[in-house]
Design a protein around this ligand. Structure first.
Ligand code: CP
Length: 361
């Protein structure tokens, strides 16, 4: 039997108008005064940990990301530069958003998606691979399930390396992406003094010592202790921290507690961050799948749901067409935040600043 033509194949695809359009990044731009010093300081800097960021640095990276988001025709500042994208563990968003970011900035990309296609398969050390990278590219983005790999490469590199996820340890550019989404939702959180009515309560459904996204996000949130009324970690374990991890966050003034009762917490949460992929040994597993969200969950009106993705059963697709869905906009923002970071580490911030206003549209 001849298969009928799918109905969608009869009509052109009209690009969906994204919920946040350019209005939200514009509000972020209005909130943060330009101060390129904090971006210029990133020139040549390896980006491995969320701990390398201050509030000023995060604000300026988010500002440049918002500028990129509102100015799609910006003169490509990375023409002639080469990115080495080395992903030794599966990825959809991080790898492709780094590549998309680099292409949009006018640079060229070399991508490795399997270490078995490099000398590593013949026993070559990461240090020696790093030495080669020095000659072939201008910046390296590395994802490796071994948390020490990024540090092993760091020692041999004379070009910047960006940690795109190292095992259970960190995922700093995902945390920047998360902060970018939160600040586009409520730019007032970027202010030096946040009025009580503007402060937010965030729930994190996840395990801080087993999820690199949660670990890095908490580090960044701790810089904004004055802006978040409370951070509620929702998981089955009543002490889901590595030694010293909770103390570090509390020393920054973060008001943080653990809860096991998702539905009891949800009506008070302005931001709900959910993730279920956790590292156990050198592999990952889904955790906390009893802590699930769906359209019937008692969510606060106007609250937003964030998820670093990939999603599992913890986040029902029946939330996709609700006002709470910020996870797709969050993933989209990853391109702009990575554009901002890459521009900074390869010393091209001045090119963007010098772009005439008429090209910023
Ligand atoms: N957020 C994130 O790290 O997704 P990927 O694993 O698809 O890169």
């Amino acid at each position: 039997m001849v298969k009928p033509l799918h109905p969608l194949l009869r009509n052109p695809v009209i690009p969906a108008k994204w919920r946040d359009g350019i209005e939200r990044p514009q509000r972020l731009l209005d909130q943060v005064e330009e101060d390129p010093r904090y971006l210029v300081d990133l020139a040549g800097m390896p980006i491995v940990s969320a701990r390398q960021f201050t509030r000023d640095r995060i604000a300026q990276v988010c500002r440049l990301a918002a500028l990129y988001e509102t100015s799609p025709n910006l003169f490509p500042p990375l023409k002639g530069k080469i990115l080495i994208n080395a992903f030794y563990e599966p990825s959809t968003r991080t790898r492709l958003s780094f590549e998309s970011a680099w292409h949009r900035l006018g640079g060229d990309v070399m991508s490795i998606t399997d270490p078995a296609t490099t000398g590593i398969a013949k026993g070559e050390s990461l240090g020696d691979v790093a030495e080669m990278f020095n000659h072939y590219g201008d910046v390296v983005v590395l994802r490796d399930r071994n948390e020490d790999a990024v540090y092993e490469m760091l020692d041999g590199l004379r070009i910047p390396i960006i940690n795109a996820g190292n095992g259970v340890d960190e995922h700093p550019t995902q945390a920047l992406t998360d902060m970018f989404a939160i600040f586009k939702w409520r730019p007032q959180l970027l202010a030096e003094h946040v009025a009580d009515g503007d402060k937010a309560r965030i729930g994190i459904i996840g395990v801080p010592n087993k999820m690199r996204t949660v670990r890095s996000l908490l580090i960044m949130l701790s810089l904004y202790a004055h802006a978040f009324e409370e951070v509620v970690v929702i998981c089955e374990d009543d002490h889901p921290y590595d030694q010293g991890q909770l103390e570090e966050l509390q020393q920054e003034g973060l008001n943080i507690r653990v809860s096991q009762s998702l539905n009891k917490e949800l009506p008070q949460l302005d931001v709900v961050y959910i993730n279920s992929i956790a590292w156990v040994g050198d592999t990952f597993e889904r955790m906390g799948e009893d802590l699930k969200l769906n359209a019937k969950s008692p969510l606060k009106p106007g609250s937003i749901i964030m998820h670093p993705l990939a999603r599992g059963k913890e986040l029902s697709t029946d939330l996709d067409n609700t006002e709470h869905n910020w996870y797709f906009a969050q993933a989209r923002g990853a391109v702009y935040i990575r554009m901002a970071l890459l521009t900074s580490v390869v010393q091209r911030v001045q090119h963007v600043i010098d772009t005439p206003d008429e090209l910023l549209s």
